[in-house]
Design a protein around this ligand. Structure first.
Ligand SMILES: O=C1O[C@H]([C@@H](O)CO)C(O)=C1O
Length: 545
């Protein structure tokens, strides 16, 4: 079946957390409409850019785009941006059931509100390894009051102006900023505005709910909790998980989880739904929503104080959750036992000509003016650097626990070219930032593929020892994983999807500051590129007949 959507994207004044600011909406809404489809369907989205003064691109997060690499929606990698007034048609197959996302992939546009859920249901005769009565998708975000322009300008300035902690946390686009804390008029900040009434899920006592929870935060790692209710994790990024029970779920930007929740508590009241910042000093008040037990009034506040989140700087439970996620025993996709290539990515914060950047192996990524997919296919070799980027760093001498003695790095738009159908291992290695005793959590997201998560560890990855402990038995397949502070994360994937694919930190500001790489594989197998993706950089005129 074909699922056809027509979207109009524009800026509108909205008050998602009671504070009025410009928000990007799709057909008047943020979060945008949920895409509902069944495995094997074709999704067509015709997007009209009505942003007036701003380009646009939309990425279908978790959809592998097999055979349609030009529909990945990654500005600068797979397409030219959609300019104001233009309509762009995305068309792709949703080839696997699961919980996915869409969001802007142009500059830091995502955090202005351009995002939503994709829910792909299983084929008609397929039985999932768990049962539930109702299905619900929610997206967690953090929210800034400054525009993305102000933020991006600060990040690109000397002196560096960091975006700071978010002003509020949103659950499905709703939060609550403390309007009295600033010199704000009722016109700009009003806590009685219905636009910022708490997000509410109504449940029927005794029923089981599949809650599909995703994070698209700009910065924050989150803990998600429903007061008094255990949650059974059953799916992650479109793969079935060997079920495990949590009281709070740690979730990083770009991840999706399905959890089963039974409405089995005292039905005479409502319960809190909470999100809290973890891994960074919490300077943002917790996000609140209601779990409403029918027939209680959906706006009735729970009689309790909301549960506080876990201790923000206790990394052990976060690492333990990462380690607990395994493939469901009936749905194991066994990884190849060896790989053809191992690439180590050292993650560092750097200074280049006085500007603050993030780098991988001391190279900070910049996008070329001509999208890679087109440049590669049309053999425009001069549009990006042909010097291969580094496969690792100085393993012996680099001290990951201290501020680097030489934080200088370089910028490059070179890419990693992978042999088609080869197996590639990626070791993400964390390190200290330019501040003493500080290492941050980075959620890394791969476009166009799922990878096996072979292991996580603390400290410096040991090439001789650590691979012996890889989980090659039942590793989960995901598209986004956390790299924990001062730790490493090991991934394996098959380079079997012809195209050019971004792999990057899903923190908006970090990717903006250069924290990403691009992989190319099987470019000669990519079909004819649609002219609609062209028109910028060296492709001017390519789009015309
Ligand atoms: O990129 C970043 O900059 C700040 C801080 O390091 C600036 O001093 C921070 O927390 C980041 O993640």
């Amino acid at each position: 079946r074909i699922r056809h959507y027509k979207w109009e994207v524009k800026y509108e004044y909205k008050s998602p957390d009671c504070y009025k600011k410009l928000v990007i909406t799709i057909n008047g809404k943020s979060p945008g409409p949920t895409i509902l489809a069944q495995e094997g369907d074709t999704v067509i989205v015709e997007v009209t850019n009505k942003l007036l003064l701003e380009n646009l691109a939309i990425h279908w997060h978790g959809i592998r785009q097999i055979g349609t690499p030009w529909s990945d929606g990654t500005e600068g990698v797979t397409q030219c941006p959609v300019v104001p007034g233009d309509t762009f048609k995305y068309e792709f197959k949703v080839d696997r059931a699961g919980t996915y996302l869409y969001h802007a992939h142009y500059g830091m546009q995502r955090e202005s509100g351009l995002y939503g859920s994709i829910r792909v249901s299983v084929p008609d005769n397929f039985k999932e390894p768990f049962a539930y009565d109702y299905d619900q998708s929610i997206i967690l975000t953090d929210w800034y009051h400054k525009s993305t322009y102000e933020q991006a300008t600060g990040l690109s300035s000397i002196p560096f102006v960091w975006v700071g902690e978010p002003q509020s946390l949103l659950i499905q686009g709703k939060g609550k900023f403390n309007c009295s804390s600033a010199s704000l008029t009722a016109n700009t900040c009003n806590t009685t505005n219905p636009e910022c009434s708490p997000y509410t899920i109504t449940v029927i006592p005794g029923k089981t709910y599949r809650l599909r929870v995703a994070s698209l935060t700009a910065l924050s790692a989150l803990s998600f909790q429903i007061e008094g209710h255990n949650m059974t994790v059953v799916e992650a990024d479109g793969s079935y998980v060997e079920p495990f029970v949590v009281k709070n779920l740690f979730i990083y930007s770009g991840e999706t989880y399905s959890m089963l929740i039974k409405a089995d508590q005292d039905p005479s009241r409502n319960y809190w739904m909470t999100t809290n910042v973890v891994s960074r000093p919490p300077n943002t008040t917790q996000g609140l929503g209601f779990l409403n037990y029918y027939p209680n009034h959906p706006r009735r506040s729970p009689p309790t104080v909301p549960p506080t989140g876990p201790i923000w700087n206790d990394a052990a439970p976060r690492l333990n959750q990462s380690l607990a996620i395994k493939a469901h025993h009936d749905f194991i996709v066994t990884p190849p036992t060896t790989s053809n290539r191992v690439i180590v990515f050292l993650n560092t914060q750097n200074r280049i000509n006085g500007y603050v950047h993030w780098s991988v192996n001391n190279v900070s990524f910049t996008l070329p003016h001509t999208p890679y997919l087109i440049a590669l296919k049309k053999k425009l070799h001069h549009v990006f650097s042909q010097t291969p980027p580094p496969e690792g760093y100085d393993f012996v001498n680099y001290d990951i626990y201290n501020v680097s003695k030489n934080p200088n790095a370089t910028t490059s738009n070179a890419i990693y070219r992978l042999g088609f159908n080869t197996t590639v291992d990626i070791i993400l290695q964390n390190a200290n930032t330019m501040n003493v005793n500080n290492s941050e959590t980075h959620p890394w997201h791969l476009h166009g593929h799922d990878f096996w998560v072979l292991g996580y560890g603390e400290g410096k990855f040991d090439m001789n020892k650590d691979p012996k402990n890889y989980n090659l038995v039942n590793p989960i397949m995901k598209n986004t994983v956390p790299l924990h502070p001062y730790g490493w994360t090991a991934l394996r994937f098959k380079a079997d999807n012809p195209g050019a694919w971004l792999f990057h930190c899903h923190i908006d500001s970090h990717f903006y500051m250069g924290m990403g790489v691009v992989f190319e594989e099987g470019i000669d197998k990519v079909g004819e590129l649609p002219s609609s993706i062209m028109g910028c950089g060296e492709t001017k005129g390519f789009g015309k007949p």
